[in-house]
Design a protein around this ligand. Structure first.
Ligand code: FAD
Length: 331
């Protein structure tokens, strides 16, 4: 491709609505567009997504490319990547932003490959390099100990963006934009979904939670996670766990956080009985505030925490829960 221009985000939907990541990517794109002075467009791929185009415009898109149809009902690599490629060829952007979500982690690299483009994944910072005028993306490594800054030499440049790093803007229904239907020429997919196992969802989804209450091996038992569940429910948050806690049978692996688990970026991450190993921090270092309770004053988690209490969680946690209850009652 040549004469690339504009920033294209690949939006996502959930339950017939735009998923939060779509607004977050539009915020990121608008932020870059302040420097590049290029238009921002959004790709919406799915069944019935045509009706969501105006919402994407209200959130910051100047143009929305739509690939709508029953064939896109489920996310499948072969259908969604083909549609994203067709849209990217029509939009001809210089930068493509994709959410670092389960679907985006699958789509982003496939899309970059099909466009012969370079990609940077799991970014938490995006900027335009003043020298090259190209995208400069930064991502945390080894649980936030290092930050890797990546400049991509190809055009377009593709980047996946970590969830909850950018705030979606307030929708502005007076914004005007153009909606373009793209014929992606996608026929019946070879892949077929034969079954679906949905883990039981207690309360808020981990990735959506503003507060995550996480337990480690220091909890000592499955029973000890009960107060963590109670605290998470009280704070409208979600429970997480370390690999060591899950491997010890204290909690289920579906909420494991870290390098090989889920990645969360809540406002508050309460780490109880967690040492703060780099593989665990890889999943929570994007939290705004990490609050740690650990009996070892030299535990690594304290280096990563905004606030910490050195002590046995069996003494500290009940007092913490009492204070939380009092605060909630007084508001
Ligand atoms: C390739 C690879 C991938 C990995 N991926 C992941 C991953 O995705 N997620 C992950 O979590 N780990 C992962 N790990 C494992 C990781 O290296 C650590 O072993 C793990 O995170 C440690 O979990 P922990 O902090 O619960 O346990 P520990 O390291 O055993 O720490 C327990 C902590 O609890 C404290 N403690 C004990 N009793 C109490 C008490 N009564 N009150 C307060 N504090 C107490 C201790 O002081 C200690 O700091 C991975 C490892 C490898 C090699």
């Amino acid at each position: 491709m040549a004469n690339e221009n504009g920033i294209l985000i690949v939006g996502e939907t959930a339950g017939g609505h735009l998923a939060g990541i779509t607004g977050e990517l539009l915020t990121a794109a608008r932020h870059l567009a302040e420097t590049t002075k290029e238009p921002v467009s959004a790709a919406l791929i799915g069944e019935g997504v045509r009706g969501l185009a105006n919402q994407a415009i209200a959130l910051g898109a100047d143009k929305v490319y739509v690939a709508d149809g029953p064939v896109f009902k489920e996310y499948l690599n072969e259908t969604h990547v083909a549609a994203a490629v067709a849209i990217a060829k029509e939009a001809n952007p210089s930068i493509v932003l994709v959410g670092h979500t389960p679907n985006g982690r699958d789509l982003g690299p496939s899309l970059a490959f099909r466009l012969s483009a370079g990609i940077s994944t799991d970014n938490v910072e995006l900027a335009i390099d003043p020298a090259t005028k190209g995208l400069r993306a930064a991502r945390p490594l080894t649980g936030g100990l290092f930050r890797q800054v990546i400049a991509i030499k190809t055009k377009p440049q593709v980047a996946t963006v970590r969830v909850k790093v950018f705030e979606p803007g307030q929708p502005d229904s007076s914004r005007q934009g153009q909606v373009v239907t793209v014929n992606a020429n996608v026929t019946a997919p070879k892949t077929r979904i034969v079954g679906r196992e949905i883990p039981e969802q207690k309360g808020v989804r981990l990735e959506d939670a503003k507060i995550v209450v996480s337990g480690g091996r220091g909890m000592g038992s499955a029973e000890a996670f009960k107060p963590l569940e109670g605290l998470a429910a009280l704070l409208h948050g979600a429970v997480g766990a370390t690999r060591a806690a899950c491997d010890s049978g204290y909690y289920t692996h579906d909420v494991m956080i870290g390098l090989t688990g889920r990645v969360v970026s809540p406002d508050v991450y309460l780490a109880v009985g967690i040492s703060g190993a780099s593989q665990h921090m890889a999943g929570c270092s994007g939290s705004k505030y990490i609050v740690a309770i650990n009996k070892d004053p030299n535990a690594n988690i304290f280096k990563e925490s905004a606030f910490g209490v050195v002590g046995d969680y069996k003494e500290v946690l009940p007092a913490f829960i009492d204070e939380a209850k009092k605060l909630i009652a007084s508001t």
